[in-house]
Design a protein around this ligand. Structure first.
Ligand SMILES: [Zn+2]
Ligand SMILES: [Zn+2]
Length: 118
């Protein structure tokens, strides 16, 4: 059975959709990345490689108040990036419920073996 592999636009995790999965999906449906909870809307689902997604947002749970909120691409684009205590670059977003600043980190260059032993 043919399986379509989609790279998550947020964390680059490969999401696999079988023919059966795709038969049940249609434009307008939303799929969620297992790895980072990003929500993606299907904008095209023809056949073969005819498949397109649009990133909607990432569902995040606020560590401060425990409420869930959605981090959209737009929000990330305007979020300032800061350096976390361990030297990683993180995006600083604000919880819409309690206004706490939350650091979001996306591992987009975590190649296997890239962890250098210094
Ligand atoms: Zn993801
Ligand atoms: Zn909050």
């Amino acid at each position: 059975m043919a399986t379509l592999e989609i790279e998550c636009p947020v964390c680059a995790e490969l999401l696999e959709l079988s023919d059966q999965d795709r038969a049940e999906l249609q434009a307008g449906d939303v799929i969620v990345c297992d790895s980072c909870n990003a929500e993606m809307e299907i904008t095209r689902n023809g056949g073969g490689e005819d498949f397109e997604l649009e990133l909607l947002g990432i569902l995040t749970t606020c560590p401060n108040c425990g409420e869930e909120f959605e981090v959209t691409e737009e929000l990330l684009a305007t979020a300032p990036t800061v350096e976390s205590s361990d030297g990683h670059e993180v995006s600083l977003v604000t919880c819409p419920h309690c206004n706490a600043g939350i650091e979001l980190e996306f591992e987009d260059d975590s190649e296997p073996g890239a962890l250098s032993s210094q």
